[in-house]
Design a protein around this ligand. Structure first.
Ligand code: FES
Length: 116
């Protein structure tokens, strides 16, 4: 059901936890089931230099947020915000159709960290 990449991110999630002094915090809730994502970000000159994440959600949500944290680390804020659901799902080696919405919560959390 899940790709090897999804299984790996679920078993060994990257960038878990919190930063001591984050420059930004973004949170989002999956409206369908109430699951949550929190992102802590360090930002220098509009570049995301460090990130930590916490997820209360399913396998797909944990794997997607872990993968997303790797995709956005080192990116400019603008480039990170431009990463689409399709790009994230592709980086995960695909997700079951009914789990794609679980990958959106981390994307929403980043948007909420940069409301301007
Ligand atoms: S995040 Fe709730 S089912 Fe995936």
């Amino acid at each position: 059901m899940y790709s090897q990449t999804v299984k790996d991110h679920f078993a060994n999630p990257r960038n878990v936890g919190e930063l001591e002094n984050p420059d930004r915090i973004g949170t989002a809730k999956n409206q369908a089931d109430g699951d949550r994502v929190q992102l802590h970000l360090s930002v220098r000159d509009r570049v995301i230099v460090d990130i930590r994440m916490k997820v209360m959600g399913c396998v797909a949500a944990i794997a997607a947020t872990s993968c997303y944290s790797e995709l956005i680390k080192g990116q400019t804020v603008e480039n990170a915000l431009a990463i689409s659901k399709e790009t994230l799902v592709q980086a995960l080696g695909g997700l079951p159709e009914n789990k794609i919405r679980c990958s959106l919560t981390c994307i929403d959390a980043l948007k909420n960290a940069f409301p301007e």
